[in-house]
Design a protein around this ligand. Structure first.
Ligand code: AMP
Ligand code: MG
Length: 279
């Protein structure tokens, strides 16, 4: 079974996060053994994004969710560093501003959906509205529980407009999270990332797990699937995500457009020895 089939959440199925091995690394013995495939995926991503940008018939939306320190920033960096920045964008979703809060929860999201030819990454997303919002009772249950269906409808509309939606839930163990927080304490270049809130959120681990499990069950659809990415090993996380993005883009069978001009004519007119004589 390929990685894509192994990590996808089958529509309607219930994943128990406690049963998932966050340190899973497939058939790869170590990072060294994965290097070649990582490089090959990156090379293909460069080509596929070029084709998407040229063809302008599809777009790609990558949604990243995961607990603090799960590696959302690192995944975004890894995937997009293989692509031409001109055709890509990243949006991070933070606590809503007063203006955003005054609108429906999808209002702030829709303008960041990639247009045809574009790749967009959501670092957090509309799913926060069934995650942090649920865990902290920011709206009543009657409100957040209706959002799964609204999200599915929204995503269905996007896929009908040729947006390929790939949703990655980066899963780390609580021990790995604490270790990553500890490493930040000792790293002057990353101390700025530390916040009290991150430690406080940790105490809601079980409530977050329930919210993640519901999100995965209710919103993994045929056209906009969720993938659970075991992320204790950063190299495996990058490998799994780049593999799934690569395979999904290859399925689109994108073709660069045919030239709109007569190439022979252009060659003759502008590039022949005759044409290049300075008069
Ligand atoms: P970070 O991604 O670490 O910069 O943190 C952004 C914070 O904004 C996280 O704590 C999110 O849970 C929070 N956040 C994102 N979207 C929402 C939302 N819709 N409602 C409340 N908090 C949110
Ligand atoms: Mg944070």
């Amino acid at each position: 079974m390929g990685l894509r089939q192994k990590l996808i959440v089958k529509p309607g199925s219930r994943i128990r996060l406690k049963d998932i091995d966050a340190s899973f690394h497939g058939d790869y013995k170590s990072e060294d053994h994965a290097k070649e495939d990582l490089a090959a995926n990156s090379k293909r991503l460069t080509e596929l994004q070029r084709d998407m940008y040229g063809e302008k018939k599809h777009s790609l939306l990558i949604v990243l969710q995961g607990i603090d320190a799960a590696g959302k920033d690192g995944t975004c960096w890894h995937v997009l560093s293989a692509m031409n920045p001109q055709g890509t964008a990243v949006t991070g979703f933070k606590q809503p501003t007063p203006e955003e809060s005054a609108h429906d929860f999808l209002w702030r999201v829709h303008p960041h959906v990639p247009g045809l030819g574009q790749v967009a990454v959501f670092n957090r997303s509309h799913y926060e509205d069934v995650l942090v919002v649920r865990v902290h009772d920011l709206v009543p249950k009657s409100v957040w529980s209706g959002r799964y269906e609204l999200i599915n409808d929204f995503e269905k509309m996007l896929t009908a407009h040729n947006v390929t939606i790939l949703k990655f839930f980066l899963y780390i163990s609580p021990e790995e999270q604490l270790e990553r927080f500890r490493q930040r304490l000792d790293d002057p270049t990353r101390q700025w990332k530390i916040s009290d809130a991150d430690y406080k959120e940790r105490s809601f681990w079980d409530k977050y797990s329930d919210a993640y499990e519901d999100m995965l069950e209710k919103c993994s659809t045929k056209d906009a699937p969720w993938y659970v990415i075991p992320s204790n090993h950063k190299w495996f996380r990058n490998l799994a995500v780049s593999h799934i993005v690569r395979k999904s883009l290859e399925d689109l069978n994108m073709k660069l457009p045919q030239p709109t001009v007569d190439l022979d004519q252009i060659r003759k007119e502008y590039h022949s020895a005759e044409a290049n004589k300075i008069k």
